[in-house]
Design a binder for this molecule. Structure first.
Ligand SMILES: Nc1nc2c(ncn2[C@@H]2O[C@H](COP(=O)(O)OP(=O)(O)OP(=O)(O)O)[C@@H](O)[C@H]2O)c(=O)[nH]1
Ligand SMILES: [Mg+2]
Length: 341
């Protein structure tokens, strides 16, 4: 059964892709065998994260970007296949946003070169990030060339998902964050491209200026990329040899398909930068390391807990509560009894 689904996914059969993603959502273990078999075929797609506050126009933008990739012609010479995963860490499965996305995305759905899927929290946020990473692998192995992952900006989940993406677009809209203080901390770490969407609304230029200032502050002492030419990193004593990419700030009106090609150009330029600066290799390493870490932590915990009786666990918690034992000693005792291997 598992080998069937693997072959079908590799052949790009949509129903198999959908079925495997459902298996991933329901229970990671069921899909593990298939994921292992698919793994050698992954690593081909360009994964583009799209994040931002609720309602900034992420879904509308992703639809427009997908159309440009499907159409081919400038700035993407030949059409590419597109996978879209919309992740909503804030709502359960029946979430309204997802329903809305289904309707919005219907216009793309007739195209066999596009696969659209929504995912929502069914357990922990960590579980969702993992499930999303696995769903991306399925689309990657199925041959989708560009994979967009839309997440509502909601703290850790968005950061986790940004780690999975090669290129992350942060979508802002006028009026939401027009001064530096209002722009969420941490956004600079994840943004490779900023779009100020809803540029038809008042205040778009203020938002652009605020972002510009934020980037100026961040880049003041660091080498930057000028007109596509990578500047040498010398002055900073930065031994990593990694040249910096300055995120472009692009105005869009996704609702009217305006400014979309410039975003596609930036996505493509960023991929070239990632490859030429060796950043792709480094990010990939970091991603693999963090994924392996997470899996190990979960697996070791699972093994340990499967060997500790519930009463025993409760008793331990009680003893720590009564201050008869401290949590470090308790953890050491559990581990040193060799129960987690
Ligand atoms: N005026 C204007 N409205 C837009 C633009 N882009 C999107 N919208 C509208 O903004 C609303 C939200 O758009 P979505 O694409 O659903 O935004 P989102 O960020 O995906 O929303 P969530 O997934 O719910 O966080 C919709 O009513 C869109 O039609 C734009 O460029 N200008
Ligand atoms: Mg959306």
């Amino acid at each position: 059964m598992s080998s069937d689904i693997v072959e079908q996914v590799l052949a790009g059969e949509r129903r198999a892709v959908a079925r495997l993603i459902t298996m991933i959502e329901n229970d990671g273990n069921e899909a593990q065998e298939a994921l292992a078999a698919l793994y050698p075929y992954t690593g081909q797609a360009h994964i583009v994260g799209v994040t931002g506050a609720p309602g900034t126009g992420k879904s509308t933008l992703v639809n427009e970007l997908a159309k440009v990739y499907r159409r081919g012609g400038q700035p993407v010479p030949s059409p590419r296949t597109v996978g879209i995963i919309a992740v909503d860490p804030t709502s359960p499965f029946s979430g309204g946003a997802i329903l809305g996305d289904r309707i919005r995305m219907r216009e793309l759905a007739g195209d066999p070169g596009i696969f659209i899927r929504s995912m929502a929290t069914r357990g922990s946020l960590g579980g969702l990030a993992r499930a999303t990473a696995d769903a991306i692998k399925v689309l990657d192995a199925a041959g989708y060339q560009v994979i967009f992952v839309e997440t509502v900006g909601a703290g850790q989940a968005e950061v986790d998902i940004a780690k999975t993406a090669h290129t992350t677009i942060v979508v802002q809209a006028p009026g939401l964050g027009d001064d530096i203080q209002a722009i969420k901390a941490g956004i600079l770490e994840i943004a490779d491209i900023f779009t100020v969407n809803k540029a038809d609304r008042e205040g778009a230029d203020n938002t652009v200026m605020a972002l510009q200032m934020l980037l100026d502050l961040d880049h003041a002492s660091r080498p930057i990329l000028h007109h596509g030419v990578v500047m040498q990193s010398g002055q900073t004593g930065d031994s990593s040899q990694e040249q910096r990419w300055r995120p472009p700030i692009l105005k869009t009106i996704a609702l009217h398909s305006q400014g979309i090609e410039a975003v596609v150009e930036a996505i493509e330029a960023h991929l070239i930068y990632l490859k030429e600066s060796q950043t792709l290799h480094r990010r990939e390493r970091e991603r693999i390391e963090s994924e392996l870490n997470d899996i190990l932590q979960e697996e070791l915990m699972r093994r340990l807990l499967s060997r500790v009786k519930e009463e025993e666990w409760d008793e331990l918690i009680e003893r720590i509560g009564r201050r008869e034992m401290d949590p470090y000693s308790a953890a050491r005792e559990l581990v040193e009894e060799g129960r987690c291997v």
